[in-house]
Design a protein around this ligand. Structure first.
Ligand code: ADP
Ligand code: MG
Length: 424
């Protein structure tokens, strides 16, 4: 966590500053039911392939155990249609036990006699983990019967599953109706870090956005463009913005259906919008492709950067596709980020999964990591993966653990989990 990152509670909209947290709960001697996001990727053999999400909940779990609670954990895993032996929680329980160095009673059911008996006999410092919540159809439909069965296991409820905060599930909103409810440490950190972007951000506020598609991010841009002081667009998303300006994009990924949205967002952003002035193009979607750097005219601006680069090009030839931002664009983005006090980044600058097209994404990660006085937030599964791949995650203020939940927060929507914790 970099200097200048928000403390929980800092920069929150007044509506969430009253969020009850673990500071408001005395867990000693209590059974505490904790909704976590253990929706981890599994290997072909069913082992945990990446334990990032499990680790992200350890502070809350450890704190509750240390403060004398008996902890009952629950999560969903994957998208089972009813009971699915391939998506049982057994391997997650084993991974958690290894991380904590304590046994975890991993149940074979979500509710029922065994679960009730184990919960009843659970002592302070002990942990149990319920079976995959989505084995019960009542989870996704927010069935009050399931919520009551879960709530009956415990004295208090803690939600630390920011990744599912946008889903009105029984374990997210239903249980919060039936028990005293508190945000876990991860949930509170997420809300504080993202809230510091969307409400009263320290300025300048710079948005960096990219990724494959405009259509995934239209609602985020509609919400953030009026708030931001600058909007930098890279990645596949920039292709569509450039195409909307009439730049020939060759065989690049261009979202024809989103051209009108791109034009509308560009008009709303005006001269706050910063588009690429050069792109790395390739003659195939492959790490072995031939590549070159092409200048693209940003019609809205005097094209200082591409003129300086000594290149003049109208756009991309057929047979070639843009797979990364170019060096002049990286410089332009660096200048736009200099002095920023708040930065939120969602969406890679290129196809960073292929080494020849990772430089734009990694360069932006380095720029964010080096900003001296900024609250920096990275959201989105692929963007977070890129920051980790660059080895810079611990120099970013906050790398959000949410995918859809993070985007919905940045769209300015009240997340069902947050509303439930606020008693709304
Ligand atoms: P996040 O998960 O961070 O929200 P997205 O899912 O929106 O990000 O976008 C990530 C994907 O966008 C990556 O798989 C990356 O390869 C792809 N991408 C980025 N730039 C381009 C491009 N120029 N052409 C095609 N795909 C791109
Ligand atoms: Mg993604």
């Amino acid at each position: 966590m970099a200097v200048g990152s928000p403390q929980p509670g800092a920069g929150l909209p007044t509506s969430t500053s009253r969020l009850p947290t673990l500071d408001d709960l005395d867990p000693a001697g209590k059974r505490v039911l904790v909704r976590v996001d253990f929706n981890v990727p599994l290997t072909k053999d069913g082992a945990v392939a990446d334990d990032t999400r499990i680790r992200a909940s350890l502070p809350t779990i450890r704190e509750l155990l240390d403060r004398g609670a008996a902890v009952i954990l629950m999560s969903h895993l994957g998208r089972p249609k009813g009971h699915d032996p391939a998506l049982r929680m057994a391997s997650v329980g084993a991974a958690l036990a290894a991380l904590l160095g304590r046994p975890v009673h991993t149940m074979a059911a979500v509710t029922g006699h065994d679960v009730e008996e184990t919960a009843r006999h659970l002592r302070p410092g002990e942990i149990m983990l319920l079976e995959n919540l989505r084995f019960d159809p009542g989870e996704e439909s927010d069935d009050p019967r399931l919520a009551q069965d879960l709530a009956a296991l415990a004295d208090a409820y803690v939600n630390d599953a920011f990744g599912t905060a946008h889903r009105a599930a029984a374990s997210v909103v239903g249980v919060a109706r039936d028990l005293p409810a508190y945000a876990g440490r991860l949930m509170a950190r997420e809300i504080a870090a993202l809230g510091a972007v969307t409400s009263n951000p320290e300025r300048p506020l710079v948005i960096v956005t990219g990724g494959a598609k405009v259509s995934d991010k239209v609602a985020v841009l509609d919400h953030l463009v009026p708030l931001a002081d600058a909007i930098l667009v890279g990645g596949g998303m920039a292709n569509t913005f450039l195409a909307a300006r009439g730049v020939p994009m060759g065989d690049s990924l261009v979202e024809t259906a989103a051209l009108a949205d791109a034009a509308r967002i560009a008009a709303a952003a005006g001269d706050k919008l910063v588009l690429p002035v050069d792109l790395v193009v390739a003659d195939a979607f492959s790490a072995e492709a031939n590549t070159r750097v092409i200048a693209v005219a940003d019609a809205a601006r005097d094209d200082v950067d591409s003129a300086a680069a000594g290149v003049h090009a109208a756009g991309i030839d057929p047979g070639w596709r843009a797979l990364d931002i170019g060096p002049a664009t990286i410089e332009r983005f660096r200048r736009a980020l200099l002095g920023a006090r708040t930065v939120v980044w969602n969406g890679p600058m290129g196809v960073f999964e292929l080494a020849p097209f990772a430089e734009g994404t990694f360069a932006v990660a380095r720029i964010l990591a080096d900003l001296p006085n900024a609250h920096t937030v990275v959201g989105g599964g692929d963007s977070a993966a890129a920051v980790h791949a660059a080895g810079l995650a611990d120099r970013i203020g906050w790398v959000s653990t949410g995918g859809g939940a993070t985007l919905e927060f940045l769209e300015g929507r009240m997340l069902p989990a947050v509303a439930a914790l606020l008693g709304q």
